[in-house]
Every structure is written in C-alpha cells, then in structure tokens.
Design a protein around this ligand. Structure first.
Ligand code: PGA
Length: 262
C-alpha cells in the first residue's frame, strides 16, 4: 500500500475486557511497542466502561496508540437509556468512533439512516468515524456486492463534507468473514476496496478518494495481515479476535507494517 495514506490498524475488542483486563493488555502491549516505531497508526477500541482506564494509560504525550469508542449516539442528550453521546466520548482522550459495524446493523437494527445520523454527530464532536460497510454471504452470492456497498456508502455518507470524508476511515468488512476464520482472498478484498474507493471518488472526486484510508476487516491475523496490506487499496485492518491478545495484535501489526513502502 502506498505510504501517502498512513496505514491504520485498529483493535475492535467488542464486548470484551473491562477496566482491569484493559490495563493488563495495554501495559503488556505498550511494553512490546517500545522503540518499535511502526509507520502506521495504531488504535484500540475498548468497551465504554474501559475508556477511562485506557485514556489514563494512553493519554501521555508520546504513547503511539490512539483510542476509539465502538459506538456513539446520534442524539446529544436526554431520555435515551443506555446511550452515550459523542460529546461525552470526546471527554476521553479519544480520536475515533467505530460506526455502522455489521453487529450493530444486524443485531441492533441500525439502518443506513441511523448510521448516517451518527456519522454527522461524530463529525460535529470532531471525532473521526471508522465507518464500517460490508455485504453478507447471501448478498455476495446473489451478485449484489456492488449494490449493497454502493447503498451503504451513499446513504451512510450523505451530507458529509470533503473534510469529513478525508477524516473518515472506511472499514470494508465482509460479514461472512467476521469472526468466522474465513478471510476474503486478497483478490476479493482488493477488488472490493477498489470499488469502494471508486464510489467515494464518484461522490467526492478522485483527489479526496485517494486520501481516504480503507481498512479491511474480517478474520485478519498475524499470518494474513501482510498479504492483505500489500494490496494497493488496503490501508490497514480492523481486527477483532486477533486483537484480544497483546502478542497476537503486536505480531499482526509487525507483519502488516513489513509491507509498507517507505
Ligand atoms: P474478527 O472481527 O477479526 O474477529 O473477524 C473483525 C471485526 O468485526 O471488526
């Protein structure tokens, strides 16, 4: 992948690791990172309840790890039991928020419209969205890959400015590859990423599309990160299972970064 887009590797812990496990992970992980100087951005997305602990550990000036939330509300405040607003998230040392993850879409019924409202709220709070899109196996097999991705992109990004787009990271995550151990082949992944970049170019022009980082997600592991990240349109990874262990996530980053052309 070309270095003009700084690769970004993000750990999506999902509903794993409370504050004490977060502390254990981060202490071990930061120990491994010391002096490694990887030419990529590293992001950790713990559950809400662990953000304060993570912010305390990662908040130092030279810590090369950014913090993300896994979700955020499209509302500012009020009677929304169980929700957390983007402005509340902003109070932590936090740069990114994952939005539109397929688990939010499928299990919690988040529509393209809801995700779009969340994208706008995130930008108002000056958070950078990690905007997830991806097709199910049935959609792929029915030849609907481009239709589904095209719809998710157009609706999810509606009303966002060029600056918002450049500050957004897109995560292409084929639903059939998430947590299944099945990874898209590099050809399938590159083809989808090129399509996604093309759709962004249609909306924002090629210059903007060329700046947008597109991560691949779905069973990324230390032993497949390099081949995926060697593809010209794959600018990093959004990692679930393989990012729960500090050694595994560190090895994955090392492998992925080994193919970055400097
Ligand atoms: P996985 O999850 O790496 O466990 O497949 C990726 C994701 O859901 O972001």
């Amino acid at each position: 992948m070309p270095i003009h887009r700084k690769p970004i590797l993000a750990a999506n812990w999902k509903m794993n690791k409370g504050p004490s496990e977060t502390e254990d992970f981060l202490k071990s992980f930061l120990g491994k990172l010391q002096g490694s100087g990887f030419p990529c951005e590293i992001v950790i997305a713990p559950p809400f309840v662990s953000l304060a602990k993570a912010a305390e550990i990662l908040g130092g000036p030279k810590v090369p790890v950014q913090l993300a939330a896994q979700n955020g509300s499209q509302k500012d405040a009020g009677a929304f039991t169980g929700e957390v607003s983007m402005l509340m998230l902003k109070e932590f040392y936090l740069h990114y928020v994952i939005l539109g993850h397929s688990e939010r879409r499928a299990i919690y019924g988040e529509t393209d419209e809801v995700i779009n409202a969340k994208m706008k709220k995130a930008r108002e709070a000056n958070l950078k969205p990690i905007f997830c899109i991806g097709e199910t196996l049935a959609e792929r097999e029915a030849g609907r890959l481009e239709e589904v991705l095209g719809r998710q992109i157009t609706k999810g990004l509606e009303g966002l400015s060029e600056k918002d787009m450049v500050d957004t990271v897109v995560a292409y995550e084929p639903v059939w590859a998430i947590g299944t151990g099945v990874t898209a082949t590099t050809a399938q992944a590159q083809e989808a990423h090129a399509f996604v970049r093309g759709e962004i170019a249609k909306l924002y022009g090629a210059a903007v599309a060329n700046k947008v980082r597109i991560q691949y997600g779905g069973s990324v592991k230390p032993d497949n990160a390099a081949e995926l990240m060697a593809c010209p349109d794959i600018d990093g990874a959004l990692v679930g299972g393989a990012a729960l262990d500090p050694t595994s996530f560190f090895e994955l980053i090392k492998a992925g970064c080994s193919v970055i052309e400097e």
